[in-house]
Design a protein around this ligand. Sequence first.
Ligand SMILES: [Zn+2]
Ligand SMILES: [Zn+2]
Length: 229
Amino acid sequence: MTKCLLCGRYYTAKLSFTSLFSISKCQEGGICPNCLSKFDPVPAQHCPICYGKAENNELCLDCRNWRQLYGNDLLSNQSLYLYNAAFHDLMVNYKRYGDYYLSYVLQTLCSNQLNKIKADLYIPIPTSSEHIAKRQFDTISAIYDNLVPLTHMLSKISGFGAQGEKNRLERLASKQTFFVKENFKVDRKSYRVLLLDDIYTTGRTLYHARDALKKVLPNAKISSFTLCR
Ligand SMILES: [Zn+2]
Ligand SMILES: [Zn+2]
């Protein structure tokens, strides 16, 4: 029996042949079918660039917006779940109340899919130092740290407020606050870079992160992964 990380009930986890022989990082617990059913996976029909809502696999509104700014150099993003009420509650408890334990839930929700994406550098979106001080941990790194080797290359200028506290227009108008840490040693070969964040809302944060990275890694192939879209 496995204890569900979210509701605490015991359930029988389906064991695959390989999981009998490998020690999974999430073996202490999983998410029971009932809790899992509250999360909405991104449907098969989605924007081919960012996994957003779109009809007939056409570009979503956000990507059409970004096309005006970036032309065809759009950021290819993969997301797993839609931002529904269950996800909202999970993220509020995780971020607002600093519930570190929920990082295991988020890891369980994304580990299989993330393991399929191969990159040379996995770069988390940095949390501002004020937020780390408030919650005592970095909410993005805490999700991905156990799953892939992280390269903490980006930093954030403090004092600009969190994207989560802004409305859509304020988010889109927000200025670049990311920079590559000084003296960060990378050779400039072409790299496959995967940016990691929790939620893709307008894309503003991830495009800013890509802009900052491109200054030092002009040949990198940069894409992104988020739990939610
Ligand atoms: Zn449960
Ligand atoms: Zn899109």
